[in-house]
Each structure stands twice: as C-alpha cells, then as structure tokens.
Design a protein around this ligand. Structure first.
Ligand SMILES: *Cc1c(COP(=O)(O)O)cnc(C)c1O
Length: 354
C-alpha cells in the first residue's frame, strides 16, 4: 500500500484567470464591471468587532428573510450559501442520491461534472442541438435528477419557461435544478413555478448582477421540504457558512433595488451595442441573454484571438473543448472597456487582411 492509495482522486474545476495586474481589461469571468450599491459599502463601514469576535448567525436569518421578501416567498423557501457554487454543491449532495445518472448539457457550466465526480454521482452529458439549444425531450428519460443553467453558460441562450415546465412535469419524482446565475440579464425566471411543483430548485448568485463575486453569496429557492433537506445537509457539514460581514452586505444589496436595476440595464445596453460592433467585425455569435457574448470570428481561430487579446492585456475566456474551441466568451464590461476591445479587434483583424 502507498500513501496515495488513501487519497481522493479528482480533476478540479479550473476557474478563469485572476491576474494580479490591475491594469488589464478583465472580460474573462463574468464579473460585474460596476461597483456594488453604495449602501453595501455603508453597511461594511458600520461593521464592528462583533462581526469578527462572534460566530455568525447559523440560520442567516436576516439575509434569508430579505431574499424571501424580495421574491415574495416565505423564509422556509430560501437557502443561502457561500456563492451559488456552495449552494449547488449542497444541492448535489442533498438531491442526487438515487444511484441513477443525473443529466446536464454537454456544453454548460463545467463545475457540474466536477461535483458529480467528487460526490461519486453518476451523470450523463446531454448534447445540445446543432444550434446549441437544450432539447427538452432529451431530459424526459429515466434519470436521477437534472441540472442546467438558464440562460445557459457559456452559450448565453435561454430556454422558454414552458419548456422548463415540461421538463419539471415529466420528472415529478426527481429534483430539477435551474441555475439562474444570469437570469437578471435576460430570460424568464422559473420562480413562478416554485409554488406549483415540489421538485424544482432555482439557484441564484450575487456574483454577477449584484457585483459581489468577492463576497461569496448565493441562494436557492424551493418548496419547504427541499429547503429543509438542504439545511439538514448543511448543518451536517458546517453550521457557519456565511460570515456576518457577507450577511450584512447581502441584505444591503437586496434593499437597494433601484441601483441594482440601473446597473443591470446598463450592462444589457452595452451588450446590445457590443453585438452590433462584433457583427461589423465579422463575428457570429449566439443571441446572448446574459452578461457575456459567446462569439467566433469567420476567419480567425478562437485560440489566436484569445492569445492576441491577452498579449494586449485584454482577458477573455477560451475553452479548449470540442464544438466550442473557435469561440470566445466575452464578458460585458463598461462601455469604455468594450470600446477598447472592439478597437483592438478592429485593428488586429484589418492588420491580418493587410
Ligand atoms: C458564476 C456561475 C455560478 C457560480 O457563481 P458563484 O460565484 O459561486 O455564486 C454558478 N453557475 C453558473 C452557470 C455560473 O456562471
């Protein structure tokens, strides 16, 4: 026996690069280019030594209640965690225990596969169709649960609510998780189905639309029974998942809806302008409803553009994976950042054409 025989073997998720250099244009991890609401910074300024000295509220009551009120649910319908990655991991542990394979799209959030492997859950990656759409009937087969993002990442495409409802109806005795990390930027939320179906979980995050990726706040909404299972699993793992500072900042963000809606509208506006500019430069892309655009150029490879951009200190995401390796996933930054991106691409592409 070797010591290595005792070790868990996993292939970890690879997050987008976080360069130390502040002087790059960072369009690679779908962060929000704008600051969080000023009331979040006010809440932070009021934090005193109690937030450090004492254990935080294990039930995260204030944040759970704020989220419940915001979406018109009861606090028994809400579960919070350290980013939606934590919430999703807890969901995998809590709901995918039948021994049957779970289903998720082949082109999707790469973390699903990593959690399934970590928790030794069987899975099958269901191919998107030739236009990168989810095909609902592919999810109406024997399975041990379903998870997909809406809008999907990295495609940015949405599935109509009626299709989501069909998937939920056809899978009554399994849990269906809809990962709404990007729903504030487009698409129809499945929250309206929570009170209608007992097998639906909708996950959300403060990381993208609320400019709080660094605070690590995520949540999910579901019927009381599902949320109580999640809480039992969480309290079997770590009672104090969220710091008091994160809780206070999260509540402050929820309470400033005007600022939030403004920022989201600004990003959507910039996204639509960027689509027009990319089209003029010879890019084709999927019609994104999120805060990123998944685009490929009609002459130049994804890898080449990725490297050229990086050399010029513009970071985007490139996935070296089948079907998508000619695409770049470009996060929507500020107007000025997108202008710089477009102007660099313009000169690079015309330079190549000579
Ligand atoms: C960013 C992202 C998440 C995780 O976000 P957190 O920062 O952990 O809240 C989950 N799902 C998808 C599809 C994402 O893109």
């Amino acid at each position: 026996m070797m010591i290595e025989d005792n070790f868990r073997k996993v292939v970890p998720y690879v997050p987008g690069e976080q360069p130390k250099d502040n002087d790059v244009i960072k369009l690679n991890t779908n962060e929000n280019p704008y600051p969080p609401s000023p009331s979040v910074l006010d809440a932070l300024a009021k934090v005193d030594n109690n937030s450090f000295r004492k254990y935080p509220d294990p039930d995260v009551t204030d944040l759970v209640q704020a989220i419940a009120d915001y979406h018109h649910f009861k606090k028994e319908n809400v579960f919070v965690g350290v980013g939606s990655d934590d919430v999703l991991a807890m969901c995998f542990l809590s709901f995918f225990n039948s021994g049957k394979e779970i289903l998720f799209p082949d082109v999707s959030y790469a973390f699903y596969k990593v959690w399934a492997d970590l928790f030794q859950i069987k899975y099958r990656e269901v191919p998107l169709d030739e236009n990168f759409n989810i095909v609902p009937k592919d999810y109406m087969v024997d399975n041990g649960g379903i998870v997909f993002p809406n809008p999907n990442a990295p495609t940015g495409l949405t599935l109509p609510l009626s299709d989501i409802e069909d998937i939920i109806i056809e899978n009554k005795h399994k849990v269906v998780i809809v990962d709404e990390a990007y729903i504030d930027f487009g698409g129809e939320t499945a929250l309206s189905l929570i009170n209608k179906y007992d097998n639906l979980i909708v996950t959300r995050t403060f990381s993208k639309s609320r400019s709080m990726a660094g605070m690590r706040i995520g949540y999910c909404i579901g019927n009381e029974q599902l949320i109580s299972v999640l809480n039992s699993v969480k309290f079997s793992f770590n009672s104090y998942t969220m710091s008091d500072v994160a809780i206070k900042c999260g509540v402050a963000s929820i309470n400033d809806d005007t600022y939030f809606k403004n920022i989201v509208a600004k990003i959507i506006d910039t996204r639509e302008k960027t689509k027009e500019s990319l089209t003029k430069l010879g890019f084709t892309f999927l019609d994104s409803s999120s805060n990123f655009i998944f685009a490929k150029h009609n002459e130049i490879s994804g890898e080449e553009l990725f490297n050229a951009l990086k050399e010029n200190k513009i970071f985007v995401r490139h996935f070296n994976a089948p079907r998508i390796n000619d695409y770049l996933r470009i996060t929507i930054g500020t107007e000025r950042e997108m202008e710089e991106l477009i102007s660099f691409l313009d000169s690079y592409i015309s330079g190549k054409r000579g």
